[in-house]
Write a protein that binds this ligand. Sequence first.
Ligand code: ZN
Length: 466
Amino acid sequence: MAKLTFQGATGEVTGSRYLLETDDARILLECGMYQGNSDADEANRAPLAELAESLDAVVLSHGHLDHSGLLPKLVRDGYRGPIYCTPGTEELLEIMLEDAAFVMSKDIEWENKWRRRADKPLLEPVYDIDDVATTLGLCEAVPYGQARKIAGGIGLTFRDAGHILGSAIVDLIVPAGGRDRHLVFSGDLGNADAVLMHEPARPEHADHVLLESTYGDRDHRPMEETVEEFAQVLAEADKSGGNVLIPAFAVGRTQEVLYHLSMLHHAGRLPQQKVFLDSPMAIKVTELYARLRRTLDPEDMDRLHQAANGDPAAYLPGLQVCRTVEESMAINRITGGAIIIAGSGMCNGGRIRHHMKYNLWRREAHLVIVGFQAAGTLGRRLVDGAEKVKLLGDEVAVNAKIHTLGGFSAHAGRSQLLDWARGFQDQPVFHLVHGEPEAREALAAGLRDELGAEARVPAFGETITL
Ligand code: ZN
């Protein structure tokens, strides 16, 4: 018998974790961090020792922290088995997990400062840089399309999910009481219209499909319209004389935004002379994308290369990368005419908060939201029209113009999800994960009504038999 237990990302978009059990093996699919809401920190601190001890292997779809961010915690709590992922994911993990540990150590330092003064018990980090190093040592890279036998005789194949560098659809053949059960996990499915990534692969066979549902209730605007809207926002910002702030997701979105800025520049439609990439992590990831550019969509890369007359140094001449805090702080003196791309993507931390403090109260400033904003995050409050926000201890009025460009999403929209689901020939059962409740329900309804498929919305902790 084979069982699957939903241990996270049920009715929300963070904390992905699913436990696959057969008579011979226990496999953890994802070990994601909880992000955004106020219970996240507590959820991330929950002990994993019992789980860690019981596992034979971990399989990871991609490097985003909501899928991978608690791996070092699992390792800190005792896990020493293999972590299967693609080569691209393995490289990304190094950047992402080291950054996560660094951010955590800074937060803890800050938190413990007041705790010490208040005579409160000090906090331990969820994990540290040594746990990250051990975690990276457990990674076993499996390239796309290569079948691998893992614990319990389970067959694992990764296929390109087209979401971020290295992202995979996880295809598992699970021995279960004398017969094989076929489980496909979509991971995060890419948006076929997005630049740089390939289109998501389309598996045709499965008994059960775990399908993400982030945008299960809506389609994105077409890419050309989104790029056009982006160009208009930049023109408007130029006219008003303010800066343009772009909260950046370090992986994928940043590189995509830079790509569009490059193309706009070469089309003579980028009025801003200076583009600051103010995120050490996004800089590292951008360098990784450049190094692994052969794995990216060749048509998109050709287009950029030709626009720049074959000179990579001319892709985006106004680009300045800011690695140090001093370089970042120097931007504060610029009151207009610049584009500032800084993390974090949902504005919950990182350097973007400093730039917001210096710009959000200015009527001429523009904030461009280019990615999903989870409930409970500062980014979401701004999208929802907050008039004042608290930034680094100060209350700041929101006078800047807020623009939401949904079309840049790295996730498939509703029609793309339904279309991908339609590709399965053997009428699998769909289990919808990784989506807020309305999105998940809406996609389930679509799968039932439009495909006549069986679609379920599993509850947290629920176990199903495959
Ligand atoms: Zn993702």
